[in-house]
Design a protein around this ligand. Structure first.
Ligand code: NAG
Ligand code: NAG
Ligand code: NAG
Length: 381
């Protein structure tokens, strides 16, 4: 018995890619993140106005530029790599960029945004702008460190951190939804997906041109399970799946993800010295809705923070929304008592509990291609 099980263990070991087992974790010295509200830690708030309370209530005890009751997936990534939470590049005051910077802003798209926020409904800080910010940050952080020294050596990354850092991307959702909200048909949105993916490819190559080597790219979630799509898009009853999600919107998100996966394969061929991990966030977010009970959640679609209707969600009066009653601003978009049992926070974003659950699945590599743990994401499979 004994020797058999030992042999089995040896066999199992030899089947695991030894390159992974034998090597040390990457010890990423920094994270540079690009994205939208799914990973915004203050960028949008710094420019367009602070995310209102009760955002941040479960962990930060007040709004901190995140659209959630607490931490985002990118916060859990930073925590688990032993790095501080990322300061938003646009924060300036009080920011500490020694271990990275966050260029993500809410409502950002991959495609160039050619309109102001008010006109287009998406942030003008599209991915190309986020790259320009990164480019400038890279160059100037080094000039400032070298010329001024002192405190700036503590606040800005070392030169070598740029090559050894993890570059994370979570963006694309608004490229799809901005089309829908501009009254385009699913077919029309499908038509521009290749353009969106080309642009992402261009930006990843540009970051590589700046020395980036390790990339961690999230695919896009099931937007058809989000109340702002379910309420905003007049989904016909026959277009709902058995869990209440809107099939056409989820189908298109999956089509985007198939294209993204192909784009990553092409990027690997074009950038042989890069390590690029594709992370399947879609399956996890969908599992949270479809198997919410199994994962400890009571409410798959109903938002924790909001007001009215089947989903506790109102497009015109969202989480933190107030109404003027008898000369006083009264909070109407209130939070639920137990955010920990809700998947959805405000109709668009996930609760901290959901983000934490998703992170716990992705850190092992079980949802990655190649299937390598987060802390090994600088190694080839
Ligand atoms: C913005 O303009 C550029 C250049 O003309 C174009 O490539 C891009 O697709 C436009 N973006 C959108 C969202 O229409
Ligand atoms: C910046 O953050 C790093 C890492 O958390 C810390 O060691 C350093 O003291 C901070 N610097 C300042 C000036 O706050
Ligand atoms: C989309 O269509 C609706 C209903 O026809 C209309 O009220 C709305 O203004 C349109 N939105 C845009 C951005 O064209």
């Amino acid at each position: 018995m004994e020797s058999h099980s030992l042999m089995f263990a040896v066999l199992a070991l030899s089947l695991t890619p030894c390159s992974v087992l034998a090597r040390k974790p990457c010890n990423f010295p920094a994270i540079f993140n690009f994205g939208d509200s799914n990973s915004d830690t203050g960028g949008f708030s710094a420019v367009f106005g602070q995310a209102p309370p009760p955002n941040g209530m479960s962990y930060f005890h007040g709004p901190v530029g995140r659209y959630s009751d607490g931490r985002l997936i990118v916060d859990f990534i930073a925590e688990s790599l032993g790095l501080p939470y990322l300061s938003a590049y646009l924060n300036g005051l009080g920011a500490n960029y020694s271990h990275g910077a966050n260029f993500a802003t809410a409502a950002s798209t991959i495609r160039q945004s050619n309109k102001t926020l008010r006109l287009g409904g998406v942030s003008p800080i599209s991915l190309d702008v986020q790259f320009n910010e990164f480019y400038d940050f890279h160059r100037r952080s080094q000039t400032v460190r070298n010329r001024l020294g002192g405190i700036f050596k503590q606040l800005l990354p070392k030169k070598r951190s740029f090559r050894r850092a993890l570059y994370t991307f979570d963006i694309g959702q608004n490229d799809l939804t901005s089309g829908y909200f501009a009254n385009m048909s699913v077919e029309q949105v499908r038509g521009y997906i290749p353009q969106v993916l080309d642009q992402l490819t261009t930006i990843v190559k540009s970051v590589h041109g700046q020395g980036g080597r390790f990339f961690w790219i999230h695919n896009t979630g099931p937007v058809g399970c989000l109340p702002y799509v379910l309420v905003g898009m007049h989904v016909s009853p026959s277009d709902h799946d058995q869990y209440g999600c809107a099939i056409p919107f989820n189908d298109l998100a999956q089509e985007f993800n198939r294209g993204l996966k192909e784009a990553v394969v092409e990027l690997r061929a074009a950038l042989p010295d890069a390590v690029i991990t594709y992370v399947d966030i879609y399956s996890l977010k969908y599992a949270l809705v479809s198997q919410h009970k199994k994962h400890g959640f009571e409410f798959p679609l109903r938002t924790c923070c909001g007001h009215g209707g089947k989903y506790n969600f109102n497009l015109k009066l969202g989480c933190g929304g107030t109404k003027r009653i008898h000369g006083k601003d009264v909070l109407i978009g209130k939070a639920c008592k137990r955010p920990g049992v809700y998947v959805n926070w405000d109709g668009v974003h996930y609760t901290q509990a959901a983000n934490k659950w998703i992170f716990n699945q992705i850190k092992t590599g079980a949802f990655s291609d190649p299937p390598i743990p987060l802390k090994m994401a600088c190694r080839r499979a």
